[in-house]
Design a protein around this ligand. Structure first.
Ligand SMILES: NC(=O)c1ccc[n+]([C@@H]2O[C@H](COP(=O)([O-])OP(=O)(O)OC[C@H]3O[C@@H](n4cnc5c(N)ncnc54)[C@H](OP(=O)(O)O)[C@@H]3O)[C@@H](O)[C@H]2O)c1
Length: 348
């Protein structure tokens, strides 16, 4: 991977929950003593429908956030206002790192995010992707392009928010072959299952997840297992050398899980969890997303509400687990920050 040093100039593609939280942290970085050496400036911000900003000397992020709060969009009154779409910005602006934070589209097989990533890497710029699409639909091509150009393609936020899942596997488990990965990786489905254990119906569980802004207005990607499929494919492609696509996953929707089934599992001393798995079989890697009964004493049974867990089974290090409790949007934005530090002369 190519190395770079702070200061780094960032192009933010997408400025929703994650982008705004990243901007908020940057505006208030003196509140976080550990970020004293985080020396970055944002030279471009693009959105889908809320217009764009560009300034090679650094966008006024406090003003950008305030403007969105007050007007719901960037306006021509802002001195940094720019008529620029994301592809054009990726092609023309002078930045060191493109941070891809547009929404995942499964129907469009990871586009337009993959195009943004490809464009930046093709220009010899680093990419940090929060968007799982490029990992799930085009990882090999992107990895090859990044290697050819001698730049980094980092993506810590894509699975378990800011938790160092990829970093741990790459940096602390070198020399191991990962034989199997299992995890609970989708917050909405886990939240709904926990709600059903407390006597709620499926619909009430979904409504609760939406009220707490865990689930989107259309939660079908979570409840049908697509989000979990994309995450297990991302892990398998990056860490097991697989070349899977989300449609290759043996995927079970949550639609068939009733409160009675949840209750019956509890009576057997189990909890139902949506478990994603990837394993090696006949020189290939297979993946599944299944509603599974796990015994109460199993570590996966301890994952409540919006928590996540991943377990790596390796040839040398045995079984290693990482859990995440109650992630929020700050932990997600931190995933971008940890990738920025990796760029600042990191040893990967
Ligand atoms: N939220 C989380 O906790 C979390 C955790 C891990 C990973 N992620 C991933 O991080 C990414 C961002 O998540 P989010 O929660 O911030 O999403 P979000 O709130 O829906 O924001 C998405 C942003 O992308 C913009 N956008 C849409 N189409 C675009 C395009 N073609 N070019 C540039 N920008 C475009 C949207 O602009 P308009 O509103 O103007 O359309 C909006 O600013 C997603 O890929 C998500 O899967 C999120």
């Amino acid at each position: 991977m190519g190395r770079d040093r702070f200061p780094l100039k960032l192009l933010l593609v997408g400025f929703g929950n994650v982008g705004r939280e990243l901007a908020r942290i940057l505006v208030h970085r003196t509140d976080y003593p550990g970020l004293a050496d985080l020396d970055v400036s944002v030279v471009g911000i693009t959105t889908g429908r809320h217009k764009s900003l560009a300034n090679e000397d650094g966008i006024d992020l406090a003003r950008a956030l305030q403007e969105l709060d007050e007007h719901g969009r960037f306006t021509p009154g802002n001195p940094d206002y720019a008529e620029l779409d994301s592809v054009k910005a990726a092609e023309t602006l002078d930045y060191d790192v493109l941070v891809e934070m547009s929404p995942l589209s499964i129907e469009n097989r990871g586009e337009p995010a993959t195009r943004h990533v490809r464009t930046a890497l093709g220009r010899g710029r680093h990419v940090i992707s929060c968007n799982k699409g490029p990992l799930a639909f085009a990882f090999r091509e992107i990895r090859t392009l990044a290697d050819q150009k001698g730049v980094a393609f980092l993506h810590e936020t894509t699975v378990m928010d800011g938790s160092p899942v990829f970093d741990m596997a790459r940096s602390c488990m070198r020399g191991n072959t990962i034989l199997r990965i299992d995890g609970i990786l989708n917050s909405t489905s886990n939240y709904v299952l926990c709600a059903m254990e407390k006597g709620k119906t499926f619909a009430e569980g979904v409504a609760g997840a939406q009220a707490e802004q865990i689930a989107e207005a259309d939660p079908s990607n979570d409840l049908d297992g697509w989000d979990a499929s994309v995450k297990i494919v991302a892990l398998a492609n990056v860490l097991m050398g697989a070349d899977l696509r989300p449609h290759d996953v043996d995927r079970e929707s949550m639609a068939g899980i009733t409160p009675d089934r949840v209750k019956a599992a509890r009576e057997r001393g189990n909890r139902i969890k949506v478990v994603c798995s990837a394993w090696r079989e006949n020189n290939t890697v297979k993946a599944s997303v299944k509603a599974s009964e796990v015994p109460l004493e199993h570590p996966f049974a301890l994952v409540d509400a919006t928590g996540s867990i991943v377990r790596f089974e390796t040839d040398l290090l045995g079984k290693i687990l990482m859990t995440e409790e109650n992630p929020d949007i700050t932990t997600t934005a931190y995933g971008v920050i940890t990738d920025l530090y990796a760029l600042d002369g990191g040893d990967r």
